[in-house]
Design a protein around this ligand. Sequence first.
Ligand code: ADP
Ligand code: MG
Length: 320
Amino acid sequence: MKTTANRDLKASQTDTPIIWAVGGGKGGVGKSIVSILLALSLARRGHSTILVDADLGAANLHTLMGIKTPVRTLNDFLNRKYRQLRQICIKTEVDNLGLICGASEVLTMANLQFAQKTKIFKSIQTLPARHVVLDLGAGASFNVLDFFLIAHFPIVVLTSQPVSIQNAYAFVRNAVYRRLTRTVSQKPSVLELIKAAMDPKNENQLRTIQELLAAVENASGSKYSSILRESVGNIKPLLVTNMIRHENEQKAARIIQMVAQKYLTVQARDLGSIKWDAAVAGAVSEMVPINKLPRQTPALQNANEIIAKTLTGDEGAPSN
Ligand SMILES: Nc1ncnc2c1ncn2[C@@H]1O[C@H](COP(=O)(O)OP(=O)(O)O)[C@@H](O)[C@H]1O
Ligand SMILES: [Mg+2]
C-alpha cells in the first residue's frame, strides 16, 4: 500500500510534527527547489519527513520529484474523498520522505475557504512524521500568511535581486500585519488603526510598528499595545537567499534584517544561502528528479548546512 509514507514515518505518530513553511517572493525565486532540498536533507539525516505541495495555484513538486501523474492530491482531501492528509501521502524513492501532492485543478490559496484551511491545519498536526515541509507557493494572500504563521520554522526565500529583496520584505510585513489583525480581531477601534498603518502612505503618519503601538496605546490603553507587542515579538522569520553566484550576495538577507528590525521590530534570522547550482538548473530543464542529484552538489550541501544550523539553533557569526 502506498497510502502512507515509509513505515518509520508512523513511529512518531503520537508527536505533532515540526512544521517548516517555505514562502516569500513571487514565483521563480526557488521556493519549491528550497522546499525539496530541505526535505531531502532532513530525510537523509534520518528524520521522517513529509513534503507538502501547498502551492495550490501551480502545484509542481511532484514533477520536480519525478512523479508524472500523482495518484492522489490535495484535491482528494479537499473534496472529502479522503478524510486525513496522511491518506493522500505517497511514498517517494527517498527513505523517510513522503510527499503530499498539490491540487491539479485550478484552486488557489486565495480562494481556499476558512473551513478548508482549518481542516488542512488540523490534519497537518496529525501527519505521521517528525518534520513537515510546506511549499507555500507564491503570493501573500491571507491563507498563505496563515500557513506561514503557524510554522515552527517560517522560511522566506529570496534572491539577491533588489525586487526580490523588496518582495521578501513585503511578505514579512504582510505577515506581521496579518498576525496583528488576528490578535485583536474583536476590537474594532484597534483594528482601524492597524488597517490605517498597513497603507505605507497613510495620513496618520504611522510608519513603523512602534508608531502604531504608540497610537494604539494612546487610543485604547496599554493593554492592547502590549498584547500586540507580544504577538509581533513571536514572529521570527528565517531568511534563505537562493541562487547566489557570489559571496557578497549574502548581504541581501542583511538588508531585510535591518529593515524588519527598524520598521517592524521583527528579528529575522539569516539561515544562510544556497548557491546557484548548474546541476539543479540542469535537472529541472531535463526533468531529472531533484532527489537524483549527487549528494555533493553545492545546493544540497548548502541545504544540509541550513538544516544543521536551524536544528541546533546556532545563530552563526554575527555579520556586520
Ligand atoms: N539553487 C538553484 N540553482 C540553480 N537553479 C535554481 C536554484 N533554485 C532554483 N533554481 C531555478 O529556478 C527555477 C524556479 O525555481 P522554483 O523552485 O520552481 O521557484 P518558485 O517555487 O519560487 O516559483 C527552477 O526551475 C530552477 O531552474
Ligand atoms: Mg514553486
